[in-house]
Design a protein around this ligand. Structure first.
Ligand code: NDP
Length: 353
C-alpha cells in the first residue's frame, strides 16, 4: 500500500505489486503458528475507507503505508506447528470477527490482521482463523462472498431491520452486488414486490434472473421516476447513499424502513453528498437503521450456516463471482469493483491450489 488515494485508487499508485520481499519456505520459523499459501482474497468496498489518512478515526483502522493491505481470504496450510491445523487444510480469515473485538472493546489499540495481500504468510498461533469444511464443494468465491462477510450482511441486516409485512414494496440499490443480490432473493422468498437498480443492462438482466419484479439501469432511468411509478416503498435497502438515498426517502410510504448498509457513491468523493429529504423521517415516521455487520453477526451466525450453504449448493440462492487472476492485478481489480466495471463478488485468485 503505497499512497493514500484522492478519488478512485489508481492501479500502480495506491496499490503496488512489490517483489522485493521473499520467504524461505523450508526454513522460516513458525513459532507455534502456521505457514500458509494464499489462494483467494476478497475485494470489498469498505477497503477504500481504510485507505485514508491514519489520523482520521473510523470503525476500522487505516491501512499502514508500506505494508500489504489485508482482508478476508482463503489459504492452504503448507506447514503447521499448531495441533488444531494440518498441512493441506484450508483456512479462512474473518475480518468482521476481528472488527468486533477491535471496534467495541479495545478501540484503536490493536492492529487487525486478516489475510495479507501476499503470496505466503506465517500466521501466529494467537491469530483467529477458521478451518474450512467445504462439505458442498463450493468455490472460494462463494466462501468470501455469499457465504462470507457480504452474505452475512444481507442475511443478518434483513432479519434485524427490515420488519417485512405482506404487500410491502422493497427497493434495493446496487442490486447486482453480493449484498444487493442476496437481499433481493430474501425479499422475494418472503413474497414481497422488489424493485432493484444497477449500473448496466447486463446487471439489470442478472437482477431480473433473481426474481426482481422491476429492474432498471439507474444510468438510463431516473431512480425518482421509477420509484414514483412503482412505489411508495416500504423498505429501502441502501447500498449507495447520496442521490439514490434521497430519491428513496422521497418515495417512502409512512413507517417505511430504511436500512443504511453502505453509501458507495461517497467512498471516492471529496465530501459526502447532502441529503435533502431527511425531514420526511419525522412526518412519515420512518425507521432509519444504520449498522455494521460485525455487531449483529453473532446473533444470526448459526441460522446463517444452517441455511445458506445448502441453499447456495442447491442453486436456490444464486450468486456471481468475478475472479481476477494474479496478485499483481489487485490494483486494477479493486478499481474495477469500485467503479462497477465488474459485478458480483470480486476476488483475486493468487493461486489455484
Ligand atoms: P458491491 O459489489 O455492491 O459494490 C460495488 C458496486 O457498487 C459496483 O459494482 C457498482 O455497481 C456500485 N456502485 C459504485 N459506485 C456507485 C455509485 N456512485 N452509484 C451507484 N452504485 C455504485 O459491494 P457489496 O455487495 O460487497 O456491498 C454493497 C454495499 O454494502 C456497499 O456499499 C458496502 O460498503 C456495504 N457493506 C456494508 C456492510 C456493513 O456492515 N454495513 C458490510 C458489507 C458491505 P453498479 O454497476 O450497479 O453501479
Amino acid at each position: 500500500y503505497k499512497e493514500v488515494p484522492s478519488g478512485y485508487p489508481e492501479p500502480g499508485k495506491t496499490l503496488v505489486y512489490d517483489e522485493s520481499q521473499t520467504i524461505d519456505l523450508d526454513n522460516v520459523s513458525l513459532h507455534g503458528g502456521i505457514l500458509t499459501k494464499t489462494l483467494s482474497l476478497s475485494l470489498d468496498p469498505f477497503l477504500r475507507g481504510k485507505m485514508r489518512d491514519s489520523k482520521i478515526k473510523s470503525y476500522s483502522p487505516a491501512f499502514v503505508l508500506g505494508e500489504p493491505i489485508y482482508n478476508d481470504g482463503v489459504s492452504i496450510v503448507l506447514r503447521s506447528e499448531n495441533k488444531s491445523v494440518q498441512a493441506g487444510d484450508h483456512v479462512i480469515s474473518n475480518i468482521s470477527a476481528q472488527l468486533l473485538i477491535c471496534s467495541f472493546s479495545s478501540p484503536w489499540v490493536q492492529r487487525i490482521r486478516a489475510t495479507d495481500f501476499q503470496e505466503y504468510s506465517v500466521i501466529s498461533s494467537e491469530s483467529k482463523w477458521t478451518v474450512v469444511e467445504n462439505e458442498h464443494n463450493l468455490s472460494w468465491g462463494a466462501f468470501l462472498g455469499v457465504l462470507g462477510m457480504p452474505g452475512h450482511t444481507a442475511y443478518s441486516g434483513w432479519r434485524e431491520f427490515a420488519f417485512p409485512e405482506k404487500g410491502d414494496v422493497v427497493f434495493v440499490s446496487a442490486g447486482a452486488g453480493t449484498v444487493g443480490s442476496l437481499v433481493i432473493q430474501i425479499a422475494k422468498s418472503e413474497g414481497l414486490k422488489v424493485v432493484a437498480s444497477a449500473g448496466s443492462d447486463d446487471k439489470v438482466d442478472f437482477i431480473r434472473s433473481l426474481g426482481a419484479d422491476v429492474a432498471f439501469n439507474y444510468k438510463k432511468q431516473k431512480t425518482s421516476d421509477v420509484l414514483a411509478k412503482e412505489g411508495p416503498i416500504n423498505i429501502y435497502w441502501d447500498n449507495v447513499g447520496g442521490e439514490t438515498l434521497d430519491a428513496a426517502l422521497a418515495a417512502t410510504a409512512g413507517r417505511a424502513r430504511i436500512i443504511c448498509c453502505g453509501h458507495i457513491s461517497d467512498y471516492n468523493a471529496d465530501k459526502p453528498s447532502s441529503i435533502t429529504n431527511l425531514g420526511l423521517a419525522v412526518s412519515r415516521e420512518l425507521r432509519i437503521s444504520g449498522f455494521l455487520i460485525a455487531s449483529i453477526w453473532p446473533k444470526y451466525e448459526k441460522k446463517f450456516y444452517d441455511e445458506l450453504p445448502k441453499a447456495v449448493a442447491s442453486g436456490n440462492i444464486k450468486h456471481v463471482v468475478h475472479e481476477t487472476k494474479g496478485l499483481e492485478k489487485t490494483g486494477q481489480a479493486f478499481k474495477d469493483m469500485l467503479t462497477g466495471v465488474t459485478s458480483g463478488k470480486n476476488i483475486v485468485v493468487v493461486a489455484e491450489k
